[in-house]
Ligand binder design. Structure first.
Ligand code: PEP
Ligand code: MG
Length: 574
């Protein structure tokens, strides 16, 4: 078969060639196949055999997970092993085969469907959310029943492995345990989707929005995944491979020239200092951030701490230790830790309500934290204790009203009092800032600035909410316009409000990492940007190559143009 090239959105740079693992789709085409009476026992035998294969697979996966990521991730697999061993599941499925004279796959699908419906009616959220693990076990058993015995898990560990999936959810995080994981390609997803952010954090190339790649490629086939051009070449020929290798070497050269660089502030031609900091998702990324010259951590997404321990919740001690260690590695530079931002289209966690009809507008981020103080307070205590020893700032995501800031501050006040009473060192005047990423917050930035120690503009969400465009949906990607006049006007107003109140303002959305945007952002008045580590050097170079006065004049002109396209053309001209 000849090579086939698919186009999507390149969301994490790099070019890699490797074998594909196609993750199972949640919608398996299982149909009710009748079984003659004399084959009923065989069919039940097949079900038992499938369970035994699944057990071996999960135990292997558990061992590998433990080796690579430690006990907390391995716990994800334990939950699935427990479900697999549930005697009721097998007994009831066997009963369905007998009574209905149907094949094991259909009987299992029906039985699991019943379980899931029961889970949904149980009020205890944690129990109900066990449904996700049950689904994973179900998919594994269905695959084995179809005769696809190892579903790609037997692929060798010595070659780069590329994960192809419809989308990547939390139950797929086990794939990240593979030492040779080298990239992602998904049917859906937008530029600032969390798959994209995760791929960048893991420093692997990713292409999203490929529409039907899961239908076009099979586990074990070779592809070239090019995060630069946003393409995937299936069954590449010799010339494709050669070209990919050339591209890879060029990128490697470019990147090696960035590593181990100074982290002094970048300066424009006319001497304006602009601080370029790093966005990270895993504490270990601090080393990468430093190597690329980060002047600090402008955004640590603490939801990853929750996800890595899921279904357990991190304890106060986990929070404290994680933050103190991360800040110590980054010292003397500052670390900004964002409090839990789960919900919306973000990674799923057991503690969330899977039934929200519109989660992007739902109980997400600070809204969730203020309702689930049992989860939020340990994080606050860990942060206050860490702040006593390290230069950290607390950042609240998705703030919509001043009242939310006040409520968080009241919790900080209470927890600081309780720590002090217990003789535990803490810093209660730790700087507390907010993400400005909801249009309501943007347009009341002058008010919110009076209650905040700093701002960070979250354009990933600000664009989503301002333009009513799902940031993870490639179908409306054309409308996801960072240069839309409404977005630029909001950014300008936020910066002016921060300046008037005398508080620092940064921008930490993906837009900050696009070096073509740098003159515009500096021209609008930003002096701090926080970007994925690999974008630090290109952004620093863009700063060094620009003139602040000129950039300001151009930014002001851009604000008067009617469309994103005209603004882009104007900025690119000259
Ligand atoms: C943002 O919304 O711009 C942001 C940086 O946060 P996240 O991408 O984690 O929502
Ligand atoms: Mg956000």
């Amino acid at each position: 078969m000849s090579a086939e090239k698919l186009r999507g959105l390149g969301v994490s740079s790099g070019i890699v060639t490797g074998q594909v693992v196609v993750l199972q789709s949640a919608n398996l085409p299982v149909v009710p196949v009748p079984v003659p009476p004399e084959r009923i026992e065989d069919e039940i035998g097949r079900l038992e055999a499938a369970r035994s294969v699944a057990r071996t697979e999960l135990q292997d996966l558990r061992n590998r997970t433990f080796e690579v990521l430690g006990e907390t991730y391995a716990g994800i697999i334990d939950a699935q092993l427990l479900i697999l061993e549930d005697p009721g599941l097998l007994r009831k499925t066997a009963h369905r085969i007998q009574v209905g004279r149907i094949a094991a796959a259909w009987a299992l699908k029906e039985e699991v469907g019943d379980y899931l419906r029961k889970f949904e009616t149980i009020a205890d959220g944690a129990f109900r959310e066990r449904g996700g693990d049950l689904q994973d076990v179900h998919l594994r058993l269905q695959r084995i029943l179809r005769g696809d015995v190892r579903g790609g898990e037997e692929l060798p560990d010595d070659r780069p492995l590329l994960v192809v999936a419809h989308s990547l959810g939390p139950s797929d995080t086990v794939m990240l345990t593979r030492k040779n994981l080298a990239g992602f390609a998904t049917d859906v997803g937008g530029k600032t989707s969390h798959t994209a952010i995760l791929a960048q954090a893991l420093s692997v190339p990713a292409v999203v929005g490929l529409k039907d790649i899961t239908q076009r490629v099979r586990t074990g086939e070779e592809i070239i995944l090019d995060g630069e051009s946003g393409t995937v070449t299936i069954r590449p020929g010799a010339n494709d491979l050669l070209e990919a290798e050339r591209g890879r070497l060029t990128l490697e050269e470019r990147e090696s020239s960035w590593v181990e660089v100074e982290s002094a502030p970048a300066r424009t031609e006319d001497g304006t200092a602009v601080s370029v900091q790093a966005n990270i998702e895993f504490p270990q990324e601090v080393e990468k951030a430093k190597a690329y010259g980060a002047e600090g951590i402008g955004l640590y997404r603490s939801e990853f701490l929750f996800l890595s321990r899921s279904p357990e919740l991190p304890s106060e001690e986990d929070h404290y230790r994680t933050y103190v260690e991360m800040a110590a590695r980054m010292a003397p530079a500052q670390v900004t830790i964002r409090t839990l931002d789960l919900g919306g289209e973000k990674y799923f966690h057991d503690v969330l309500d899977a039934q929200e009809t519109n989660p992007v507008l739902g109980l997400r981020a600070v809204r969730f934290c203020l309702q689930r103080q049992d989860i939020f307070r340990p994080q606050i205590r860990g942060l206050l204790r860490a702040a006593a020893e390290a230069d950290i700032r607390i950042m609240i995501p998705l703030v919509t009203t001043a009242d939310e800031i006040r409520q968080v501050k009241a919790l900080i006040f209470e927890e600081a009092g309780s720590l002090r009473a217990a003789g535990i060192p803490c810093r209660e005047d730790v700087p507390v800032g907010i993400m400005v990423e909801v249009p309501a917050a943007a347009w009341s930035a002058d008010i919110l600035a009076l209650e905040s120690d700093f701002f960070s503009i979250g354009t990933n969400d600000l664009i989503q909410y301002a333009l009513a465009v799902d940031r993870s949906n490639e179908a409306v990607d054309y409308l996801y316009q960072p240069l839309h006049p409404a977005v630029l006007r909001m950014i300008k107003f936020i910066i002016e409000s921060a300046d008037r109140a005398g508080i620092p303002v940064s921008l930490c959305g993906e837009m900050a990492g696009d070096e073509e945007m740098t003159p515009l952002l500096v021209g609008l008045g930003l002096r701090e940007l926080s970007v994925q580590p690999r974008a630090i050097q290109p952004v620093r170079r863009a700063i060094a190559g620009m003139n602040t006065r000129e950039a300001k004049a151009r930014a002001m002109k851009a604000l008067d143009l009617p469309t994103a396209l005209e603004i882009e053309e104007f900025l690119l001209a000259t």
